[in-house]
Design a protein around this ligand. Structure first.
Ligand SMILES: Cc1cc2nc3c(=O)[nH]c(=O)nc-3n(C[C@H](O)[C@H](O)[C@H](O)COP(=O)(O)OP(=O)(O)OC[C@H]3O[C@@H](n4cnc5c(N)ncnc54)[C@H](O)[C@@H]3O)c2cc1C
Length: 264
């Protein structure tokens, strides 16, 4: 289907992008366009103005601090992440980005767009929740930083307001992580996914079973299934999987991700 007519702007600075968003309630940020353009074609979203972030170098790049902390610009693509020498400090990032869709989507899709769309089947929301990422949101009144666990508010809803932008993602040092998913086909959408981090305690975030990633903690991989069961998941049923099957996969995949994390 063709797009409805829409205004387009390509700001040259973050300040200009924020001004455009603030001046027009119908304005939406355009990152890789891999979700937004599709939902516009389906008429599920109908912005009046697209504010293209692709000219903003200040939203790109990956920095590795001496203590192992990674700071990633929101407009960094999956391909950049999985090729980056700096991002190898937290190897799970590249491993999971390499599993997202196909090469075209990975070349255009951005970490910021993935998190801001908060599609419950996306790979990165549970990963960010498990590894304790912090997300920096910028608006006219300045910056605020939100832990990943508080960033996701509902299906397609996050802590980013219409006149704000997610600008960067900060990821603490750590290598003991895991990720497991059952997908539709090899590179397909996740039916259920789970990310785990064993840097300190053992934290697991399960995706596709609720509107936002469900975070559980366990003392060892042996306890993970019980921890997921205690979360009393009530996943959706659809043509791909029943609620019961998703609940079963949640336990299996959470344990698998946890074992991968502790064995790293
Ligand atoms: C065929 C196909 C298969 C896919 N399969 C998967 C998959 O298996 N797993 C997966 O995780 N994803 C998958 N995706 C989605 C893909 O990863 C998208 O790239 C991602 O969801 C959105 O990122 P984007 O950069 O394209 O953002 P866009 O589509 O440009 O934007 C998405 C939303 O986020 C907002 N936004 C973007 N950046 C910012 C920002 N910095 N600040 C505030 N708001 C912002 C936009 O306004 C929009 O509402 C798939 C996409 C396609 C087309």
């Amino acid at each position: 289907m063709l797009l409805r007519e829409v205004e387009y702007a390509k700001p040259a600075s973050l300040a200009e992008a924020l001004e455009l968003l603030a001046a027009n309630e119908g304005a939406r940020a355009l990152a890789g366009g891999q979700t937004l353009i599709n939902v516009m074609k389906a008429r599920a979203a109908s912005p009046d103005l697209l504010v293209d972030l692709n000219g903003l170098d200040e939203l790109r790049g990956i920095e590795l601090a001496p203590d192992g902390t990674l700071t990633i610009g929101a407009m960094t693509t999956y391909t950049t992440l999985l090729r980056s020498a700096e991002a190898k400090a937290r190897p799970i990032l590249g491993e999971v980005c390499a599993q997202i869709a196909d090469v075209q989507v990975r070349n255009r899709g951005t970490i910021g767009g993935n998190l801001c769309s908060n599609d419950p089947t996306n790979h990165l929301p549970p990963l960010m929740a498990a590894i304790g990422a912090e997300l920096t949101i910028t608006g006219a009144s300045g910056e605020r930083t939100v832990p990943a666990q508080d960033f996701f508010l509902g299906v397609y809803m996050t802590a980013v307001q219409q006149d704000e932008l997610l600008t960067r993602i900060t990821i603490p040092a750590g290598r003991r992580d895991g990720f497991a998913a059952v997908t539709l086909g090899v590179d397909g959408t996740c039916i259920v996914n789970a990310a785990a981090s064993a840097n300190g305690g053992l934290r697991i975030a399960v995706g596709c079973v609720d509107a936002v990633p469900v975070v559980v903690e366990a003392s060892s991989p042996d306890d993970v299934r019980a921890a997921v069961r205690a979360a009393k998941l009530d996943p959706p049923s659809d043509v791909h999987a029943s609620s019961e099957y998703r609940a079963h996969l949640a336990e299996v995949l959470a344990e698998r991700a946890a074992r991968q994390a502790v064995e790293h």
